[in-house]
Design a protein around this ligand. Structure first.
Ligand code: FE2
Length: 364
């Protein structure tokens, strides 16, 4: 069946609006092993903002900061803290992507426009998704510049080595009470995505907090967006804590794939990335639960890496602490060995770990 009205090749880039892009760019280089590849700002004729483009294998992050008080970027950072503004999707036809989605009800943020420089041309268009987050369709057929027209090549001056991060596996959104189905409908009807899985509060609840989640995916499966909403529990849901501090819906975590999680997490820890702590007794019955795995148990235990199995195989995963002071955006590092799921067997251990931190912040 070939009726995909919105074919997507993958994630083009993720753009964060941050308070200090120069310093964030160093954090992503030194802590996560990204390479600085491009820049736009006052030196390149952009007067109101500065953007740094970081790359590791197929992942491209853009860090943008405002240079003026009245900039919408400054307003965004004041309201949400550092956070994801753009989930950019790589498409073959940005104009058609925009037309197909807006005619199905997507709210337009930017009509299709083409920019060019000596490296070629790129066509882009943007639509609204949850909160103040947007999707930008990027059509970059035969563009050979470092990022987009207007950006110059820029290299970091320090010694940076990769940590083995490969590509974006999935991006999770947190939305408000009762809004999950609205956004699942949006992805199904407006973007042509399919509902992959549903988790209710029986799957995802601890003694204290609960949440519900549905995962939507595009036709070829390259794009997977789980959408969470808070559910009633004895205490405040971690999703509610996020919504309180982000002041609304937004991206909760970005999962990045590696093909050697032990190496990647060893490197990330050495460079100062902080991870959630899961108690040692998690490992007591791990092999009974997941069966044979290729990895030795001890390094997984030492690094606090979690394992889960589904019908198709298993996966290894770990979650960072939030990467800014507000308890909002964090990262997941994931290695899939056949499994296509999201680590349901780890939800309880994981949410208890988050609750311990919520309690330390006084928000449980
Ligand atoms: Fe995840």
């Amino acid at each position: 069946m070939n009726d995909d009205f919105l074919p997507i090749q993958g994630t083009d880039h993720i753009e964060f609006y941050v308070g200090n892009a120069k310093q964030s760019a160093l954090y992503y280089q030194y802590a996560f092993g990204y390479e600085l590849v491009a820049y736009a700002g006052p030196e390149t004729g952009v007067k109101d903002k500065a953007s740094y483009v970081l790359k590791q294998d197929k992942i491209r992050l853009v860090l943008t900061t405002a240079l003026q008080e009245e900039s919408p970027i400054a307003v965004h950072v004041s309201k949400h803290g550092d956070g994801v503004k753009v989930l950019a999707l790589w498409v073959e036809d940005a104009t058609k992507s925009y037309e197909e989605t807006t005619k199905r009800g997507a709210k337009s943020i930017h009509e299709p426009f083409t920019i060019e420089d000596e490296h070629g041309k790129v066509t882009m268009a943007s639509i609204q998704t949850y909160g103040e987050t947007i999707h930008t369709f990027v059509e970059r057929t035969n563009y050979h510049g470092p990022f987009l027209p207007g950006f110059i090549e820029k290299k970091g001056t320090g010694q940076i080595t990769s940590t083995g991060l490969k590509y974006i596996d999935h991006c999770v959104g947190n939305v408000g009470w009762g809004e999950m189905n609205t956004w699942v409908d949006f992805y199904e009807k407006v973007m042509g995505f399919n509902l992959l899985v549903t988790f209710d509060d029986n799957d995802i609840s601890t003694d204290y907090t609960a949440l519900m989640s549905k995962v939507v995916s595009n036709g070829n499966g390259y794009i997977k967006f789980p959408i969470n909403e808070p559910a009633e529990g004895k205490k405040k849901s971690q999703i509610e804590e996020y919504i309180d501090f982000y002041n609304g819906a937004g991206v909760q975590h970005i999962a990045i794939a590696t093909d050697d999680i032990v190496h990647t997490v060893t490197e990330l820890r050495k460079r100062g990335v902080e991870f959630l702590y899961v108690p040692e007794n998690y490992y007591d019955d791990l092999l009974d639960r997941v069966g044979h795995i290729d990895e030795d148990l001890q390094p997984l235990k030492d690094l606090n890496i979690l394992v889960d199995r589904d019908d198709e195989g298993y996966l290894l995963q770990i979650f960072t602490r939030p990467v800014q002071d507000r308890p909002t955006v964090f990262y997941e590092i994931i290695q899939r060995k056949g499994a296509k799921s999201f680590g349901k067997g780890n939800f309880k251990a994981l949410f208890e770990a988050i609750e311990r931190e919520q309690e330390l912040r006084g928000n449980l």
